[in-house]
Design a protein. Structure first.
Length: 242
């Protein structure tokens, strides 16, 4: 099971996306263990202050103290699990495999792609830190193993990017996608875009399904799909072919 902890100021934002469809089924099957944690739970003042104004002027910035405390708490919990596993299996590799990977969602992080999704899906425990407002105190970067961005545009916070990354990573966990072949054929999995897809009816508003897909000739269908995938990639994302 891939364990995922998410540190955020807005836990309710995750209620819909992570409790529906494929992710809901994956959690029910114990393939994913997702926990949404309010950063304010790790504050120490009566007002539960998790952010403050930026030094030198500007907007609000997430404070380092509660996030450090939260990450340290989660790592300590994971360490207990690792020790139990180590005693049971007597394998040091188990200790290393279960060490949490801390991911900071940051607009200046490395752009997320399918290769990153495959790599993160092999981890046993991921901790996501969702920035908000103007961002996080720079010192928080010290506890992050990776910094990830989902693109060159501005969002309100790191919550929506974290959801996107979790969804992409979850698809790469064995058993989450019912049809394994479908996951492998998705766009970007193999470095190029997907081919066109069709379903019934065969003719809709004078638009027909290509005859080859109705032929029953699987070899020709595969050849057509490969050709169309290449053509689509060349036209829409020629950078991928490089």
């Amino acid at each position: 099971m891939l364990k995922i902890d998410v540190l955020t100021l807005f836990p309710k934002m995750f209620e819909g996306p992570l409790t529906e469809s494929m992710l809901r089924r994956a959690r029910e099957k114990k393939l994913l263990g997702i926990k949404i944690i309010d950063i304010r739970n790790f504050t120490s003042d009566k007002h539960r202050t998790a952010d403050d104004s930026a030094y030198g002027g500007g907007g609000m910035v997430l404070k380092p103290e509660p996030i450090f405390k939260a990450v340290e708490f989660l790592k300590k919990q994971s360490c207990v699990i690792r020790r139990k596993s180590y005693v049971k299996e007597k394998k040091r590799s188990t200790l290393d495999a279960r060490r949490p990977t801390v991911v900071l969602m940051a607009p200046d992080g490395k752009t997320f792609d399918q290769q990153a999704a495959k790599r993160l899906a092999k981890k046993k425990h991921l901790i996501f830190i969702c920035g908000h407002y103007e961002g996080v105190d720079e010192r928080i970067r010290k506890i992050a193993d990776e910094e990830i961005s989902i693109g060159d545009y501005v969002l309100t916070g790191g919550e929506i990017p974290a959801m996107a990354v979790i969804d992409a990573v979850a698809r790469m966990v064995e058993g989450v996608v019912g049809n394994k072949e479908a996951a492998v054929r998705d766009s970007f999995y193999s470095g190029i875009l997907d081919w066109p897809h069709y379903t019934r009816p065969g003719k809709f508003r004078n638009m027909k399904v290509p005859d080859v897909l109705l032929s029953g000739n699987h070899r020709k269908i595969e050849e057509w799909r490969e050709k169309k995938a290449f053509e689509r990639t060349k036209k829409r994302r020629p950078d991928l072919l490089k």
